[in-house]
Ligand binder design. Sequence first.
Ligand SMILES: [Zn+2]
Length: 75
Amino acid sequence: MVEWFSDALEPLEKKTEVRTYRVALSCPECGEGEMVFTGMTWPTVNPGYHHKCTKCEYICAIRGRQYPQTRTEPK
Ligand SMILES: [Zn+2]
C-alpha cells in the first residue's frame, strides 16, 4: 500500500539557494551564432533534437540535449 501526501508538506521541504545559468551552444560551423532548438525531434530511443544556428542557419541534430538550457548549481 502506497501512502499519499497532498498538503502540509512544508516541514519536510528543504530549500537551497542556487545560482541559475543560461547555457548556450556555439555553432560548430561558423562559431559565431548560437544553436537553438527548432522544435523538431527525431524520435529515436535517445532522441535527436534539431538545432539551427542563429547566424548561418546551419542545422544539426543533438542527441539527448536541447539548447539553450537552464542549469542550476549550488551557491
Ligand atoms: Zn553558424
